[in-house]
Write a protein that binds this ligand. Structure first.
Ligand code: AQP
Length: 345
C-alpha cells in the first residue's frame, strides 16, 4: 500500500506512510504547534513520505463535549492544520468520522485487545481520575480506535511525542497479535521521533504539559490568542525566586521558557543564556512573549481566514476523505476476509 492519489492520478511510489492525528478537544495550543504541527510540516515537506493528517473528532467524544463548541473546534483543527503549513495538494487531510472504516475496524480490533492491557494505559488512568463522573467505555477502548486509525493505512511511521508512545506500542501489539493469528495483515507502525520535538509545559504549573483542555487560560497559549494576551500570559508565567536566565535543576518554569524561546527562535540554550546574561526574569519573560507573539500572529491570521471560509475546509475534507477511504476500505476488506466475514459484493 504505497500508492497515493495526487490530483486524481494514481502514482505508484514506494514511499513510506506517515500518519498524524490531532484531537479537537479545545483551543489548539503553542504546545500542539511546537511539539507536533511544526514537525508534521517538516515531514510533509521532506517529500520522503506519503502523509495523512486528520482531526480525530471521534476520539474527542470520550470526554463530554458541548456539541456547538465541538463543531467549531473541528473546523478550527482543520484550519490550524492548513494555517501551519499542511498542504492538501501534498498530503491527505480529513476528518476521522468522515471515513467510516475507522469505527468499523476499531470494533474488530476491540475483539483482539485485552482488558488487562487497556487497564494499564496511563492516559486511561489519568483521564478516569480527571473525569471521575464519566468513566465511559470509549475512554477505556480509545487505544483500539487509535490502533484502527493507524493500521487502516498500513502506516509505517507515526510522529509521536513521549506522551503518545504507549498508544503506539499497544497499536503495534494489536497488529502483531492479529498478524500472528491470520498471517501478515497489518504493517507494524514505528514511532518517528524528530530531533526538535519540543515538550511545552504549562505556564502556571511548569511540571505539567501544556494541554488544550486545561481550564486555566493563563496556563496555556492558544493559537488564537492576540499579541497582547500572549505577552500578558508570559509576564505572569510562574518562575522560581531566582533571577539569572539559566537552565537548572528544579527551575521548571525558567527551563520551560528557555525551551519555548529555543523552539521558536532556533537558538541553542547556551546562546540564549549568553544573550540574557545580566538580565532578569522580567526581561526574559517579555522577550519570550514577543517572539511567541511573532510566531503565532501569522498562523492566527490564517486560521481566521480559513474559519471565514468553511466551504473551502469542507471541500478539502471531502476530497481528503475520498482519498483516505480508498486505502481504508482495502485494509478493511482484507481484515473481513481474514476473520471470516463475508465481504459485501
Ligand atoms: N505541550 C505539548 N508539548 C509538545 N507536544 C504536545 N502535543 C500536545 N501538547 C503538547 C502534541 O500535539 C499532538 C496532537 O495532540 P492531541 O491534541 O491529539 O492530543 P494531546 O496530546 O492529548 O493534546 P492536549 O493538548 O494535551 O489535549 P487534551 O488536553 O485534550 O488531552 C500530539 O503529537 C501531542 O504529542
Amino acid at each position: 500500500m504505497s500508492e497515493i492519489i495526487v490530483n486524481g492520478e494514481e502514482k505508484k511510489e514506494k514511499k513510506k506512510i506517515s500518519l498524524s492525528f490531532i484531537q479537537p478537544s479545545g483551543a489548539f495550543t503553542l504546545g500542539n504547534y511546537l511539539g507536533a504541527l511544526k514537525n508534521w510540516v517538516t515531514i510533509q515537506d521532506s517529500g520522503e513520505f506519503n502523509c495523512l493528517y486528520a482531526v480525530a473528532d471521534l476520539h474527542a467524544l470520550t470526554v463530554r463535549q458541548d456539541p456547538k463548541a465541538l463543531k467549531n473546534q473541528i473546523y478550527q483543527g482543520l484550519a490550524v492544520l492548513l494555517a501551519s503549513g499542511i498542504d492538501p495538494e501534498k498530503s491527505i487531510v480529513f476528518q476521522q468520522s468522515h471515513v467510516h472504516q475507522h469505527a468499523e475496524l476499531a470494533w474488530i480490533l476491540n475483539c483482539y485487545t485485552m482488558f488487562g492491557e487497556l487497564s494499564r494505559m496511563t492516559q486511561f488512568k489519568d483521564k478516569s481520575a480527571k473525569y471521575a463522573d464519566n468513566i465511559n467505555a470509549g475512554l477505556f477502548t480509545y487505544p483500539a480506535l487509535m490502533a484502527a486509525d493507524i493500521l487502516l493505512y498500513q502506516t509505517n511511521f507515526v510522529p509521536v511525542g513521549q506522551d503518545q508512545k504507549q498508544h503506539l506500542e499497544i497499536a503495534r501489539d494489536i497488529a502483531n497479535r492479529f498478524n500472528g493469528i491470520y498471517g501478515k495483515t497489518f504493517t507494524e507502525p514505528e514511532p518517528y521521533i524528530t530531533k526538535s520535538g519540543a515538550r511545552i509545559m504549562s505556564l502556571a504549573e511548569p511540571t505539567k504539559k501544556m494541554s488544550k483542555s486545561d481550564p486555566n487560560q493563563n496556563a496555556i497559549i492558544t493559537i488564537l490568542d492576540t499579541d497582547a494576551e500572549i505577552i500578558k500570559k508570559f509576564k505572569r508565567a510562574v518562575t522560581d525566586s531566582g533571577s539569572g536566565v539559566r537552565m537548572g535543576e528544579g527551575k521548571d518554569g525558567i527551563n520551560n521558557l528557555i525551551n519555548i524561546y529555543s523552539a521558536v527562535t532556533g537558538k541553542e540554550t547556551a546562546e540564549i543564556e549568553r544573550e540574557f546574561e545580566g538580565k532578569g526574569y522580567g526581561d526574559f519573560k517579555m522577550a519570550c512573549g514577543e517572539v511567541v507573539a511573532e510566531t503565532v500572529r501569522p498562523i492566527r491570521e490564517k486560521v481566521n481566514e480559513y474559519m471565514n471560509n468553511k466551504d473551502y475546509i469542507d471541500e478539502i475534507c471531502k476530497t481528503g476523505a475520498e482519498r483516505a477511504s480508498i486505502f481504508a476500505q482495502r485494509t478493511l476488506d482484507k481484515v473481513y476476509k481474514k476473520v471470516g466475514l463475508v465481504v459485501k459484493k
